[in-house]
Ligand binder design. Structure first.
Ligand code: GGG
Length: 356
């Protein structure tokens, strides 16, 4: 039995996660050995209880085989204290140092790029997930005055950079994809320099991988000009965050962008759509649940249910082909309708597999 901790979170996180939980119920009824527990950690619980997680909360989450997160973010918590404690806290305390963000165009009509097709937009971003600009190092002085000073430092360690680069080299090697490492060492010489030197030192150990370096600004340019040139991209925490929104736009938007936070050694994983809580549409029943389903697909594969994960991805594609889509993709379907179409397609996929 594989046990999943589920944190729906805030805003549309609640709505898209509801659809995923229904799917887990369906798969479990089909015989997949899955069990799950829903945790109400959110802005509501934070405001009610004064803390994001109870005593021992992270340790409890760590005992599950996987964690699924909807989205965290609420205007009543403007500094995102609860979101940082849960998302960044899990990444750090479970040492989920790989943030895997596949960018795959599932239907030609969804890309804003002229004359590009599905086969042109299919790459994976490996974002370093525990260091960089997101470690919370810095401070402010004379806050609220004209003399305010703010410092935000980026931190990189040889160990942290090397392990994520090695992961990306292995991923590219296993999938036969080309690897690009992106940094900005011409301007950010200390952290960028560590990334660049480590990359150059490691590349000789992976002769089967065609690897090259790009400055991150050039990468953004080239990704839009010709995404078909990219297979695996590895970069730091902040750059990975930015590039993955660019990648999401190339593949149809944030409603279609999944992610996995992984530690490949300890086999821990947290899965979440890249999008946030989208308070502007929360409660309207129109959020796109596809990114959440695709993230759940990554989770199923991670848990060893590769067939179910592939069926789920195929079901999202079927749903796109049928045109059952929410307003962000130009349709008028509701979250629940899209969820139903995808679950039906997953069930049909199961029947096909059984017939084979
Ligand atoms: N699923 C990713 C997530 O929730 N990230 C936090 C985030 O970006 N929150 C901003 C927001 O919800 O507005």
């Amino acid at each position: 039995m594989k046990r999943i901790a589920i944190i729906p979170g805030d805003g549309i996180g609640l709505e898209v996660t509801r659809e995923v939980v229904e799917l887990l119920g369906q798969l479990s009824a089909e015989g997949l050995p899955l069990a799950w527990k829903i945790f109400g950690y959110s802005a509501d619980s934070y405001l009610r209880e004064g803390r994001a997680l109870p005593e021992g909360g992270m340790e409890e989450l760590a005992r599950f085989d996987a964690i699924f997160l909807g989205a965290l973010g609420d205007p009543r918590v403007p500094d995102m204290a609860h979101g940082r404690e849960i998302i960044l806290g899990a990444r750090r305390s479970l040492d989920l140092y790989v943030n895997l963000r596949p960018v795959q165009l599932l239907h030609d009509r969804l890309t804003p790029l002229k004359s590009r097709r599905c086969e042109d937009v299919d790459f994976t971003i490996v974002r370093e997930n525990t260091e960089g600009a997101y470690v919370g190092a810095g401070g402010r002085f004379r806050e609220g005055t004209l003399d305010e000073v703010a410092v935000q430092e980026a931190l990189a360690t040889r160990r942290g950079v090397e392990r994520v680069l090695r992961y990306a080299f292995r991923l590219a090697g296993a999938s036969g994809e080309k690897l690009v490492m992106a940094d900005k060492h011409n301007a950010l010489e200390f952290v960028g320099g560590l990334w660049y030197r480590t990359f150059r030192e490691l590349e000789g150990e992976y002769p089967q991988v065609e690897a090259r370096h790009l400055f991150v600004d050039a990468l953004c340019h080239d990704l839009v000009r010709d995404p078909s040139r990219f297979g695996v991209i590895v970069t730091s925490n902040l750059f990975g965050d930015l590039i993955s929104d660019l990648g999401a736009a190339l593949a149809g938007g944030l409603g279609l962008a999944p992610s996995a936070n992984l530690n490949p050694e300890t086999k821990r994983g947290l899965f979440e759509p890249v999008h946030g809580s989208a308070q502007d549409i929360a409660g309207k029943g129109i959020a796109n649940p596809m990114a959440a389903f695709l993230s759940a697909g990554m989770m199923l594969e991670f848990l060893g249910f590769g067939e179910a994960g592939r069926r789920l991805r195929a079901a999202v594609t079927t749903c796109l082909e049928e045109g059952s889509v929410t307003p962000d993709l130009g349709g008028s379907s509701t979250t629940a309708e899209v969820g139903r179409v995808i679950r039906n397609a997953v069930a049909l996929g199961a029947a096909v597999v059984e017939e084979r």
